[in-house]
Design a protein around this ligand. Sequence first.
Ligand code: SAM
Ligand code: SF4
Length: 327
Amino acid sequence: MLMDNFARRINYLRISITDRCNLRCRYCMPDEGISLIPHAEVLRYEEILQVARLFVQLGINKIRLTGGEPLARKGVLDLIRRISRIQEIEDLSLTTNGVLLGEFASDLVRMGIKRINISLDTLNREKFAYITRRDRFPDVYKGIEKALEVGLSPVKLNVVAIKGFNDDEILHFAKLTLEKPLTVRFIEFMPTGGVDLWSRDHLLTADMIRNEIEKMCPLIPVDGEERDGPAARFRLNGAVGELGFISPISRHFCTYCNRLRLTPDGKLRACLFSDVEIDLKSHLRNHCNDEKLKDLLITALRNKPKKHTIDTALFRKCQRTMSTIGG
Ligand code: SAM
Ligand code: SF4
C-alpha cells in the first residue's frame, strides 16, 4: 500500500496522454494556444505502459486517462486495451471533451472502459462555441447519448461553474438528471497556469450552486454517503441520475486526495497546484531499472503537499496549463 507523509493512501494515477486538443476552452488554454510539447518528448505508449505496470505493483489500482483530449491521440484504443489487461487495475476510466465520443464509445467499451467523464459547461450551442472557441456542441451531445446507449456507467458530466457564464444554467443541468441516468458534477473554477480568466468574482462556489438547486427541489444525500472521491453526492427526488459538487476552492478536499498525475512529457506531479515534478521520462529513456523508478515514485509521494494554498497569500499559480496536466 502506498502512503504519503500525511497517511493518505495513494492508489490513483491520472495519466495525461497528450497535450493536444480539438477544443480551446477559455479557462484552460490561452487565446493564442499553447506551445505544444514536441512529439519526441511525449511519452510513447510503451513507456506509459511500463510506468502503469510498475505503479500497479506498488499499489495503484485506479487509472484515468486524460489530456489534452485523450481520444485525439492516435492509437488510444490499443493503449486502453493493453492497460485494461493489467490484472490489478480495478478501475480504468477516461475524461474526454466528448467531441469524438460518438465514434469511439462502442470501441471504448470493447477495450475495457466501463465508465466515463465528459466535460460540458453549457447546454447552449452558441455559448459552447464561445467557451470552447469551437462549434462542436452537437457532436458532444451526440457523444453523451452514445455513451449512455452503449452502457457506459456511470456517465458523469463535469460542469465547470463560472459566474456570469453558466450560473443561469444550473437548474437546467440539474433537471437533466430527472430523465437521464447521468451524474452531473459541478466543479469550482480553479486558477491554473497560462490563462488569466480566473478571479474570485467568477467563482461560483459549491454552496451557491446547492442553494440555487435547493430553491427548486431538496437535495437528497445518496445512500447517506456524501462523498464520491472529491464529490459530495446528492439526488433530486425521483431522479434517475445524481448530482455532485466538487469544491477545490471553497472547501478543499486535500485530506482525501489519493492521486498522482503523469504529464504527457513524463513528469510525475503529486499535486495539481504544485509545480514540483519528478522527471520519469529521462530515467525511462536512460533504461534505469525498476528499483530506481520505484524510488522516484516514493520521492514524489514524499513531496506531496498537505494541502494547496489557493486561499492563502502563499499561492502562486502553477506554470502548466490544465491541458498539460489533465485536470
Ligand atoms: N480534454 C478533456 C476534457 O476536457 O474533459 C480532458 C482534459 S481537461 C484538462 C480535464 C478537466 O479539467 C475538464 O473537465 C475541464 O473542464 C477541467 N478544467 C480545465 N481547466 C479548468 C479550470 N481552470 N478550473 C476547473 N476545471 C478545469
Ligand atoms: Fe481541451 Fe479539455 Fe482543456 Fe477544453 S478543458 S481545452 S477540452 S483539454
